[in-house]
Ligand binder design. Sequence first.
Ligand SMILES: Nc1ncnc2c1ncn2[C@@H]1O[C@H](COP(=O)(O)OP(=O)(O)OP(=O)(O)O)[C@@H](O)[C@H]1O
Ligand SMILES: O=C(O)[C@H](O)[C@@H](O)[C@H](O)[C@H](O)CO
Length: 201
Amino acid sequence: MLPVTLRAQQCSERRIAKRGNVDMNESTSNPQRVIVMGVSGCGKTSVGERLAEALEGRFIDGDTYHSATSVAKMSRGEPLNDDDRAGWLTRLSELVREGRDNRETVVIGCSALKREYRDLLRGGDDALCFVHLAGTREVLLERLKARQDHFFKGEAMLDSQLATLESPGTDEAVTVNIDASLDDVVALSVQGVSQRTRHAS
Ligand SMILES: Nc1ncnc2c1ncn2[C@@H]1O[C@H](COP(=O)(O)OP(=O)(O)OP(=O)(O)O)[C@@H](O)[C@H]1O
Ligand SMILES: O=C(O)[C@H](O)[C@@H](O)[C@H](O)[C@H](O)CO
């Protein structure tokens, strides 16, 4: 049996294998809260799940916290507005806070389109790290069209989200271009989060 301190140290070392052509040998020793953000179809769920795995944390799909009214609205192809998103963002910021208080690594997929939404989420943890998955309308539409069985409907909703999006600058987020393989997008996200965490500490 290893001494407790040594076991704890080993647990906190996150060794990540090389994936695609990006070296993922990053190690992060502190639990952290991460939001994977961007418009519909950018890959929040696909990338978020893999990022959480790489950081040895838990993934939460923010979409599962929308109210039934919001889901029904989106199913009819109607975009959400600030009022529709307010309660949802508050709930997600509570999950961020719980993760911080429990010293847990939590990765949440959430569109977080406006700065004021991100401010609300940061209320749960001022060290909250955002990874913005950014892509052209063309790539996004291609991905949405290829996807089945999802409540998101139509180009109009994508256009509304693109119009609403206030792209975060480097002060707020790590931005990763989604026009690459999933492996590479995940690897760049891991690298971005690790670098940001190192700079913040
Ligand atoms: N880098 C990638 N290369 C190819 N396909 C991808 C990539 N990333 C995601 N996809 C695919 O694109 C589609 C959209 O991804 P995903 O559902 O993860 O997006 P999302 O941001 O969670 O969407 P939403 O906000 O609408 O729930 C999925 O079918 C997914 O498999
Ligand atoms: O802020 C929003 O308008 C919503 O979060 C959307 O991004 C949905 O979750 C997504 O469109 C589902 O596909």
